[in-house]
Design a protein around this ligand. Structure first.
Ligand SMILES: NC(=O)c1ccc[n+]([C@@H]2O[C@H](COP(=O)([O-])OP(=O)(O)OC[C@H]3O[C@@H](n4cnc5c(N)ncnc54)[C@H](OP(=O)(O)O)[C@@H]3O)[C@@H](O)[C@H]2O)c1
Length: 235
């Protein structure tokens, strides 16, 4: 049973990892949830009640399909999106190559996914976000601010995403706009960054979700935040 008073969220890259964990949590808190991933065949069963739109965030036709799915949940004739989570991300080649060797085609792909697609989705949903005084949550990384060898393509893309986030916050004072460094998580992307390493000491993505829920619920001033700093903050 759904009602038009339930908030609406779009989470990109919710096929696994952090996106899937956040989608599960928001669904169980009563949100109406739209998700995507390129491989999405398992998602109707994994996220009962969610609207699943298979596809690639870098594809304009897929972004149109996401817009249609979100407007299908809004009140008739109206536009509404309460929360946009740009979570889908491309790490680039694994093992991570140094800048001296990284193929430009791979860098281009990383930027298309991590920078241009979040910006394009922000443009697509800005009217709906403004209508609901919504929140934009761009998932960043410590690699945006730390110069780790091998992380040049991905890290610089997340730095660009951070700056887009900061400018959007300045331009749209009616929205809450965050870039969030979730910290290390035991996911497929993290394993690709550390091929052959045992990553079982890293926290599961579910461990980061309470900090994100706290951020969404409390709406502190827009900015860049580390999930680790939010974890113990009062609600
Ligand atoms: N894991 C970490 O330690 C860590 C640390 C810092 C920041 N982060 C950030 O946290 C976020 C979540 O990462 P994660 O570790 O949960 O990653 P993950 O487990 O690899 O999951 C990424 C999800 O995004 C989807 N995806 C990737 N490219 C896509 C595209 N072009 N279009 C649509 N969906 C796409 C993937 O599904 P398909 O492949 O089927 O499309 C998958 O569902 C990312 O923004 C990442 O940069 C992660």
């Amino acid at each position: 049973m759904t009602s038009t008073s339930q908030p609406i969220v779009l989470i990109t890259g919710a096929g696994r990892g952090l996106g899937l964990a956040l989608a599960r949590a928001l669904l169980s808190s009563g949100w109406r949830v739209v998700v995507d991933a390129r491989r999405a065949g398992h998602l109707a069963a994994a996220l009962p009640g969610a609207v699943v739109v298979p596809g690639d965030v870098t594809d304009p036709a897929h972004r149109d399909a996401l817009a249609a799915a979100v407007s299908g949940l809004a009140p008739a004739g109206g536009q509404r999106l309460d929360l946009l989570v740009n979570n889908a991300s491309d790490l680039g080649p694994s093992p991570l190559p140094r800048l001296a060797d990284v193929p430009l085609t791979a860098v281009r792909r990383v930027y298309e996914t991590n920078v241009l697609a979040p910006l394009a989705l922000t443009q697509v949903f800005l009217v709906a976000l403004r209508a609901s005084h919504g929140t934009v949550l761009n998932i960043s990384s410590d690699a945006a601010v730390e110069p780790y060898a091998g992380w040049g393509a991905y890290g610089s893309s997340k730095a660009a995403l951070d700056q887009l986030t900061a400018v959007l916050a300045a331009e749209e004072p009616g929205l809450a706009v965050y870039s969030v460094d979730p910290g290390d998580m035991r996911t497929e992307m993290h394993q690709a960054a550390f091929p052959g390493e045992d990553i079982c000491d890293r926290p599961a993505p579910e461990a980061v979700v309470p900090a994100l829920l706290r951020l969404i619920a409390t709406r502190p001033p827009s900015g860049r935040v580390r999930a680790a700093d939010l974890a113990g903050a009062p609600a």
